[in-house]
Design a protein around this ligand. Structure first.
Ligand code: NDP
Length: 344
């Protein structure tokens, strides 16, 4: 079976492509330009020459255009949609919202019209799309976020504050609107569809990077944030704060499982392996006794800080339905740092 993966050059998508190839699937990776095809051919085809005949590329310069994916969806049995902006160059909320919402809708419309072989579409949303404070907390302890939550407040804030909205809230609104648009599309067209959707909502994704940036500073948004948080002297308020993260390899597995598990159809899944604090991540890095450790390079922080977490993403559904067995924080942090080291 062949799977279309959009945004195939992205951090998460490259792991999805690799996992699909390892498991024997054929992959059509959609990217925005020919240069990206060249980089990916180097990363996959040349390194694993045995994969070359199961791997092909499609160039889709503007995913928001009507019919953008009309050709790409032909002959595939499943689709993984990861392409979406994580940051932008202007303050305009539409810079996040338009590519996220219209990109998703144009893909689904192409799949409806031309994807007669498609059975399942997996869409990468974000844990932030489930962050709502409208449901009062019933249990004592850290605040749980679950698949039942939708980030309505983010959408309202963008409507009210426009360009003044913090970028993280614009992003959250865009992911929520795109995910909701996908479920609405399926509801509206359910009599005509040969496929259904699953959405995956990862927390902060870390783990080794298959791309080829020359230095750790040139990384996707989540790895960059992780890198800066570890290698910068941060105030204790920050070090005490909660961070929910997940190994990129678990995120790839969740996407694959959501394509093949019948019960995943029509469902959203939070995908989050660890709920911890930034200081605890420093402690793990210290315990691994990584060669980069020194007060100048990898600041120790304060190991005596309280380790209470304020919130977490409930991952039970991803374990039960998708069968995800999450990597430990130690393994994920260790492998991420080893990868940084490999990049100098
Ligand atoms: P990357 O930045 O590595 O990948 C993003 C991908 O989306 C790239 O292929 C990029 O293409 C493409 N893209 C970005 N903007 C546009 C646009 N306007 N039109 C078309 N394509 C676009 O990030 P990730 O791999 O981390 O992100 C992949 C997905 O995972 C996104 O949907 C993101 O929201 C989601 N996600 C990520 C999390 C994380 O912690 N990393 C957490 C939760 C969700 P190009 O290279 O051409 O710009």
């Amino acid at each position: 079976p062949k799977v279309l993966v959009t945004g195939a050059n992205g951090y998460i998508a490259m792991w999805i492509v690799r996992l699909l190839l390892e498991k024997g699937y054929a992959v059509r990776g959609a990217v925005r330009s020919e240069e990206k095809v060249a980089a990916l051919t180097d990363a996959f085809g040349k390194v694993h020459s045995e994969w070359s005949d199961r791997l092909e590329w499609a160039v889709v310069p503007d995913i928001t255009k009507d019919g953008a994916f009309d050709e790409s969806v032909k002959g595939v049995e499943a689709i993984v949609h990861t392409a979406a902006p994580l940051d932008t160059t202007t303050d305009d909320p539409d810079e996040y919202i338009k590519p996220s919402v219209n990109g998703t809708l144009s893909l689904l419309t192409s799949a409806l019209k031309h994807g007669s072989g498609v059975k399942r579409v997996a869409i990468t949303s974000s844990c932030t799309a489930a962050v709502t404070f409208k449901t009062p907390q019933a249990e004592p302890g850290p605040l749980p976020f679950r698949e039942t939550g939708w980030a309505e407040e983010a959408i309202e804030t963008v409507k009210k504050d426009g360009a003044k909205t913090p970028d993280s809230i614009k992003y959250r609104a865009a992911k929520t609107l795109a995910e909701r648009a996908a479920f609405d599309f399926v509801e509206k067209n359910k009599d005509k569809l040969s496929w259904d959707i699953s959405t995956l909502l990862p927390s902060v994704v870390i783990g080794p990077n298959l791309g080829a940036p020359k230095s750790p500073e040139v990384l996707n948004a989540s790895l960059n944030r992780f890198y800066r948080s570890l290698f910068t002297n941060e105030p204790e308020e920050f070090l005490k704060s909660t961070i929910c993260s997940v190994d990129v390899r678990d995120v790839a597995q969740a996407h694959l499982s959501s394509l093949v598990k019948e019960a995943a159809g029509g469902q959203r899944f939070l995908v989050s392996g660890h709920a911890t604090t930034w200081q605890r991540i420093r402690d793990v890095a210290y315990d691994i006794n990584h060669v980069w450790y020194s007060d100048e390079i990898l600041p120790r922080g304060n190991p005596d800080l309280p380790r209470d977490i304020v919130y977490f993403f409930d991952n039970n559904k991803s374990r039960d339905v998708l069968g995800i067995e999450y990597e430990s924080l130690e393994k994920t942090v260790g492998d991420t740092m080893a990868d940084f080291e490999g990049r100098g």
